[in-house]
Write a protein that binds this ligand. Structure first.
Ligand SMILES: Cc1ncc(COP(=O)(O)O)c(C=O)c1O
Length: 425
């Protein structure tokens, strides 16, 4: 029989060496559930890697991948195009607002960040201006490659090597819980204004619509609209990282839609292919792309990957867009997310310092990292997989979650909270 826990040579990223052995082995996933090697089924409270928005084993997505595998696996993006990539780029242009019409296809969220940085910085050179400073949240997470990691000020992303251009980090002016107040919105926008007013002119401001790995922090309503105006006033490009929030996660197709803005660049990954295959996209406005005719060396983009816009991944992404529309997953994310948030807010426990969320990303901030670990473990025993980082438990189930699944998650967390509290008495 297969061992229930891992003992292999596999080196898991972001995990202490001492915790590698004994990792749970997941062997199967169907719909909104996953099964471990001991035969236990769980509600998948983390959508695979926060990306299985359409659920697992969706027949339409498997069929789309199979059909494309039989037709054409992939072909050199430097010498040709193919139908799945062209269709995906034009469908993204249709669902994104304004002049966001030009898409580069990549493999991972970090690559989309890399491409966004290169394009944003090169844009200023193309138009003969010297701007290279980028402003981000200190609590941001934009990926794990050298450059993407530098954009974050989170302690676990701190790098030994210097960034190739200046980065200014904006710290939150209040605790995550207080970030929902109007005063915090004013304080936050004042901090971005200060960064834009002082120092060398900023090339770009890059933000997530909701700070995911930074603690699942919901930003104040209207913040992005005010940030858009600030960027316009200072001539800086606004880059929205929709890697986690995009494709319905927050109850809108894109997180920035909550504030009705149009960014200059948008990065996407995770939900774009429902996690079935690696895929990412960076979409920029037509005026930004057009400046690349003046790019001095290549008169175009000096960036790309062998498997960027892989035909099978792009074919799946096109079907993901159909599934999202036909199964009304954005609406379901808003409805089930609101029910989950409301249910969690009713649980009273000193273990829980805050409960927050937007659409189907909901977080429980506990009173300590130890409590989060104990609560996540008890929640898994009660049948729901979650994820916790630095004291915050994140719940981001597939957008196909049913009302019965939501009730089951609430029941499991309620049981887990009671269990952990009882064990401490
Ligand atoms: C907001 C955000 N940006 C970028 C990334 C990096 O994506 P990837 O892990 O695919 O490189 C992530 C990954 O979690 C993310 O949440």
């Amino acid at each position: 029989m297969q061992s229930a826990t891992s003992t292999s040579s596999l080196w898991r990223p972001w995990t202490p060496i001492t915790q590698q052995a004994g990792s749970t082995r997941i062997v199967e996933a169907k719909g909104n559930r996953v099964r471990d090697a001991e035969g236990r089924w769980y509600i998948d409270g983390i959508s695979g890697v926060l990306n299985a928005s359409c659920g697992h084993g969706h027949p339409r997505l498997i069929e789309a991948a199979t059909r494309q595998l039989q037709q054409l696996v992939h072909y050199d993006p430097m010498v040709s195009t193919h139908e799945p990539a062209e269709t995906l780029a034009s469908r993204l242009a249709q669902i994104l607002p304004g002049e966001l019409n030009e898409t580069v296809l990549l493999n991972s969220g970090s690559e989309a960040t890399e491409a966004a940085m290169r394009i944003a910085l090169q844009y200023w050179r193309n138009i003969g201006q010297d701007r290279n400073r980028v402003i981000t949240f200190a609590a941001a997470y934009h990926g794990t490659t050298h450059l993407a990691q530098q954009l974050s000020g989170l302690p676990f992303t701190v790098s030994e090597w210097a960034a190739p251009f200046p980065i200014s980090h904006v710290a939150l002016p209040a605790s995550p819980r207080e970030m929902r107040t109007a005063e915090s919105a004013d304080a936050l926008i004042a901090l971005f204004a200060k960064e834009l007013e002082n120092g060398p002119p900023a090339a770009a401001v890059m933000v997530e619509p909701l700070l995911g790995l930074g603690g699942c922090i919901v930003l104040p309503t209207g913040f992005l609209a005010r940030l858009r105006r600030l960027c316009d006033d200072h001539g800086a490009l606004l880059i929205l990282d929709e890697v986690f929030c995009g494709f319905g996660r927050t109850g809108r197709m894109f997180g920035f839609e909550h504030d009705g803005i149009t960014p200059d660049l948008v990065t996407m990954s995770k939900g774009i292919s429902g996690g079935y295959l690696p895929l990412a996209a960076l979409t920029v406005t037509t005026p930004v792309k057009e400046t690349f005719a003046q790019e001095p060396v290549a008169q175009g983009l000096r960036y790309g990957h062998t498997t960027g816009g892989h035909a099978v991944a792009a074919a799946v992404a096109n079907t993901v867009l159909d599934v999202i529309a036909e199964e009304r997953l954005v609406e379901n994310s808003a409805t089930q997310g609101a029910a989950l948030l409301e249910g969690l807010q009713k649980i009273e426990s000193p273990l829980m310092a805050d409960v927050r969320g937007l659409g189907l990303v909901v977080a429980i901030e506990t009173d300590s990292p130890e409590s989060a670990a104990a609560l996540a473990e008890a929640t898994a025993r009660a049948g729901v997989m979650t994820r916790h980082e630095r004291g915050v438990i994140r719940i981001a189930p597939p957008l196909t979650l049913t009302a019965a699944d939501t009730a089951e998650i609430l029941q499991a967390i309620g049981t887990a909270v009671d269990g952990v509290a009882a064990s401490r008495r």
